[in-house]
Design a binder for this molecule. Structure first.
Ligand code: C2E
Ligand code: CA
Ligand code: CA
Ligand code: CA
Length: 279
């Protein structure tokens, strides 16, 4: 009836209104979050599949706002990309991760790499390479201990600009990983031109591969292609020993996931002994 439709419309409208208001509130709150110290960084180890040595700790952002509590980070990144705040947030994570890495090295707890996620908008910013250089300078971080994780999103746009940025970073000694590999839309042929060190196989394939032959075929294809191109592979989202064994038998170089360690605050750095105990 008309009346019911009318009610539905009102309910829908209110829900939409609440959603838009919440989004606006979060955007406004995000605008001041770095200066207010509402962002923290947790770290998750990436481990060599054969030697079980920690290759890197990946920095993962967390946002704690008094009014909203913990909000999912991909949503925060999406909003921050919309407002432009991602540039300040991205710089904050990079600087925090470099300082943390230096801290660990000074305390002799860890001497591997730190890996930092870079959003595509941040990477596309004309000032990106300069801002990385500046962070290295102000922190005193050796570039060889920094890895950046970029995604395939928009990889086909401004290819020349992307290649030249990546080359410049690589010449400094920074490592380049491609995150969520296999989920993007970019053409594989571009990747032969990108100076990449590591492909991170998306966790959706790892999750599905034990029961889905197609997912298994994708993992195997990525690993074999990477070997031919002399690029390393990291499998994300490894949650079980069965998954680990399968990945090891396929020749994956490194693994990361809850089975080894969940992301944690820097004080709870996963020790080598702890990791070896898992295998
Ligand atoms: P990502 O870079 O692909 O990171 C992997 C995500 O999977 C992380 O979620 C991690 O906590 C989670 N994870 C790790 N091991 C497992 C596992 O075994 N099973 C499952 N189910 N999940 C696992 P998180 O921390 O919520 O981050 C989500 C995404 O947000 C990241 O995906 C990344 O795209 C983005 N992100 C996080 N921190 C940053 C940052 O500092 N900058 C940018 N630009 N993006 C970030
Ligand atoms: Ca990542
Ligand atoms: Ca991923
Ligand atoms: Ca992701």
């Amino acid at each position: 009836t008309k009346k019911l439709d009318g009610n539905r419309f009102v309910i829908y409208n209110e829900a939409l209104h609440d959603m838009v208001k919440r989004e606006q509130f979060i955007e406004e709150a995000l605008h001041h979050s770095v200066e207010r110290g509402e962002f923290t960084v947790v770290y998750q180890p990436i481990v060599d599949a054969k030697t079980h040595e920690v290759y890197a700790h990946e920095a993962l952002l967390r946002w704690q706002n008094t009014a909203y509590g913990q909000v999912a980070i991909p949503y925060i990144i999406e909003l921050a990309e919309k407002t432009g705040d991602i540039l300040e947030i991205g710089r904050f994570v990079l600087e925090a991760a470099c300082r943390q890495n230096l801290n660990w090295v000074q305390q002799h707890t860890y001497d591997g790499l730190v890996s930092v996620n870079v959003s595509s908008l941040q990477f596309e910013d004309f000032n990106f390479v300069a801002s990385v250089k500046e962070v290295l300078k102000v922190t005193g971080m050796p570039p060889e201990r920094l890895e950046i994780e970029i995604t395939e999103t928009n990889a086909m746009l401004n290819v020349e600009d992307k290649i030249s940025k990546l080359r410049e970073l690589k010449e400094l000694g920074i490592k380049i990983a491609v995150d969520d590999f296999g989920t993007g839309y970019s053409s594989l042929s571009y990747f032969t031109q990108f100076p990449i060190d590591t492909l991170k196989i998306d966790k959706s394939f790892v999750e599905d591969m034990m029961r889905d032959e197609n997912a298994l075929a994708i993992v195997s294809m990525i690993v074999n292609m990477a070997k031919t191109m002399r690029i390393k592979t990291t499998a994300e989202g490894v949650e079980t020993k069965d998954q680990y064994n399968k990945l090891l038998s396929m020749g994956v170089d490194r693994i990361q996931g809850y089975w080894i360690s969940k992301p944690g605050p820097p004080e709870q750095l996963t020790s080598k002994d702890h990791i070896k105990g898992v295998f």
